[in-house]
Design a protein around this ligand. Structure first.
Ligand SMILES: *Cc1c(COP(=O)(O)O)cnc(C)c1O
Length: 228
């Protein structure tokens, strides 16, 4: 199978899972995580209908986003302060914000460009030591910090589930959804209307994520790896 065919197959499976659980396929954005491949594979995925791509390193984001301006680019990796200027504006959505100093720097860079940067707050729902992100009980405070930054708009939450156990993954996703709902209920209604996204689910666990309410799935290997 080619990258184009794999993209088409994943999108078709995603549409089918949406229908099975009573959701409209348009509710779920498929982010093709292209971090392991070059521009040729990005082009093939676009031929298959891909509109959104994810990268976890600025070195990869910058050339690809500048070459494929017709796509939406998502930054899903570890944020380093000195690279924020390369990410802001290029990324339609930054999924991995969890440090206050980074939020302030994103706000400064976005203000300089005259834009509002959309972000998600990364939450370490499972509590695994190897995972980054806010503890669930720190999210409200971080949200309040971001509310005070005029050029940052928090659109929702992101998490990564522990790999290897579908039930544990499902519980992680359900917990992220509950957290979003609880936080949204405490926001003024015009802010709550923007705070809707749940970025959760990767190649191995996206079905569970969609069933638990994901609005964005981030899929790499199932699209770009011949051996997945
Ligand atoms: C690499 C990566 C993905 C995609 O993972 P696959 O298992 O290849 O689908 C999703 N999210 C993040 C944050 C990643 O770094």
């Amino acid at each position: 199978m080619t990258t184009k065919e794999r993209y088409e197959r994943v999108r078709a499976e995603l549409d089918e899972v949406c229908r099975r659980c009573g959701r409209a396929p348009e509710e779920v954005t498929l982010v093709a995580v292209s971090k392991t491949v070059g521009p040729d594979d990005v082009a093939l995925a676009i031929e298959g209908g891909a509109t959104d791509f994810g990268e976890n390193r600025p070195d990869q984001l910058v050339p690809k986003a500048d070459q494929f301006t017709q796509a939406n680019w998502h930054f899903i990796g570890n944020i380093q302060s000195r690279r924020i200027k390369d990410i802001v504006g290029r990324a339609a959505l930054v999924h991995s914000l969890f440090e206050e100093s980074h939020a302030r720097k994103i706000d400064e860079c976005a203000a300089r460009l005259g834009i509002v940067q959309d972000v998600l707050l990364e939450v370490n729902v499972s509590g695994e030591l190897s995972k980054s992100g806010l503890e669930p009980d720190q999210v409200a405070e971080m949200l309040a910090v971001c509310e005070s930054l005029p050029n940052v708009r928090v659109r929702g939450l992101m998490t990564m589930a522990p790999q290897g156990d579908a039930d544990v993954a499902r519980k992680t996703f359900a917990d992220l959804r509950s957290l979003r709902d609880e936080l949204a209920s405490q926001l003024p209604s015009e802010k709550a209307a923007c705070f809707t996204e749940l970025s959760m689910g990767m190649s191995e666990d996206w079905c569970e994520a969609v069933e638990e309410g994901a609005t964005i799935v981030r899929i790499g290997r199932a699209i770009f790896s011949e051996s997945f």
